[in-house]
Design a protein around this ligand. Structure first.
Ligand code: AMP
Length: 253
């Protein structure tokens, strides 16, 4: 199962990606998490990445691709992967296509195509409410919200008691920048997957469990319709033609 989860910052991609990873026993590859880890290191790359993240800017594609490839190889070698927050630019989407296309020439069947791209849609006011109230554990990364999911003890993580902090990119200025970049650079990626019939829109402003159920329904419907077994050609952005399983048009609305 190869899945991509997209959506604006604060849409709940991380939460749903973690559920899917557990359910399908596939690795979750979250570029945000990978980058935050890199940014902890005091070396030149860490400092550079930290600057981008803290200001709500996109980390350049060459850095992202370098960091993501190895994990993708590992995921592809297993039962697949769920990508959280990647690809976020057209260059990344095209690079992912090339990766999958290369894999289709190897002996590992079933890892050469994306099964679905899930776009979590959330109203902008709700995103700002979620992001500005979000607090994360400084030790384990668990996520809380000051109003809708407060910790038991003020400013302390329920799991390990470590202090909670606000991500620098959850400050108002950085939130605005992240939303702007999402519209400019990630929405074309959604159009790209829509044109391929892979995109499914999910009502991300509903309660977590309801969002998970909608995703489940989408994936069940997809697997039922691809069970028909016919095959169609999907042209990749770089001009190759991949043979992929037949899929119904996206059920996005
Ligand atoms: P996230 O946790 O997914 O909201 O990502 C946090 C930050 O990491 C983003 O605001 C970007 O600065 C950076 N980032 C994460 N994924 C990507 C990506 N695929 N391309 C560029 N920058 C990214």
């Amino acid at each position: 199962m190869n899945l991509v989860l997209l959506g604006p910052p604060g849409a709940g991609k991380g939460t749903q990606a973690a559920r899917l990873a557990e359910q399908y026993q596939i690795p979750k590859i979250s570029t945000g998490e990978i980058l935050r880890e890199v940014a902890q290191k005091p070396d030149a790359l860490g400092v550079r990445v930290g600057e981008y993240i803290n200001h709500g800017l996109m980390v350049p594609d060459d850095i992202i691709l370098e960091l993501v490839w190895r994990q993708l190889e590992q995921g592809a070698a297993q039962a697949g992967f769920v990508l959280d927050g990647f690809p976020r630019t057209m260059a990344q989407a095209e690079a992912l296509d090339r990766f999958l296309s290369r894999r289709s020439n190897t002996d590992s069947p079933g890892v050469e195509t994306l099964d679905a791209v899930l776009d979590l849609e959330v109203d902008e006011d709700e995103l700002i409410r979620r992001l500005s109230g979000r607090r994360v554990c400084s030790k384990c990364g668990a996520s809380y919200h000051l109003v809708s999911r407060p910790p038991r003890e003020d400013q302390r993580c329920d799991r390990d008691g470590a202090v909670l902090e606000q991500r620098k990119d959850d400050q108002p200025e950085a939130i605005r920048e992240r939303l702007k970049l999402y519209h400019q650079r990630t929405e074309p990626v959604l159009d790209y997957y829509r044109a391929k019939g892979l995109l499914h829109q999910v009502e991300g402003d509903r309660e977590m469990g309801q969002v998970a159920r909608q995703i489940e329904q989408i994936l069940e419907q997809r697997s039922q319709s691809s069970g028909a077994g016919s095959r169609v050609s999907v042209e990749t952005s770089h001009g190759d033609t991949d043979q992929t399983e037949s899929r119904p048009p996206g059920t996005d609305h």
